[in-house]
Design a protein around this ligand. Structure first.
Ligand code: SF4
Length: 95
């Protein structure tokens, strides 16, 4: 199988407690049906336990050049997969 083309392997970090998702990200999630009106996330194939963990995680995004909530990263067009604590990121410029 051909390897996915990717530019970065980004380490996933964790912090205590929940982090807030930026409002524009929330709007995008709602628009694409991944968040309901109450702000509850509905990600396909992600168990509640996994979701809880994801809410504490972030990446130092090499494209946005800032700490980015893992949920935001997970739904990012550059996200390819998550392997052994790392995100495989396509690294294309984001709008
Ligand atoms: S997938 Fe998106 S958010 Fe995640 S590291 Fe790559 S560019 Fe940043």
């Amino acid at each position: 199988m051909a390897e996915l083309e990717r530019k970065y392997e980004v380490e996933i970090k964790e912090r205590e407690g929940r982090q807030k998702l930026p409002d524009n990200v929330k709007e995008e999630l709602k628009a694409s049906g991944m968040m309901d009106d109450k702000g509850k996330l509905k990600l396909k194939g992600v168990s509640p336990k996994m979701l809880k963990r994801m809410k504490q995680e972030y990446v130092d995004c090499p494209v946005l050049k800032e700490d980015t909530h893992f949920i935001q990263c997970f739904v990012c067009p550059n996200f390819q997969s998550r392997v052994m604590g790392k995100v495989f990121c396509k690294g294309d410029p984001l709008k």
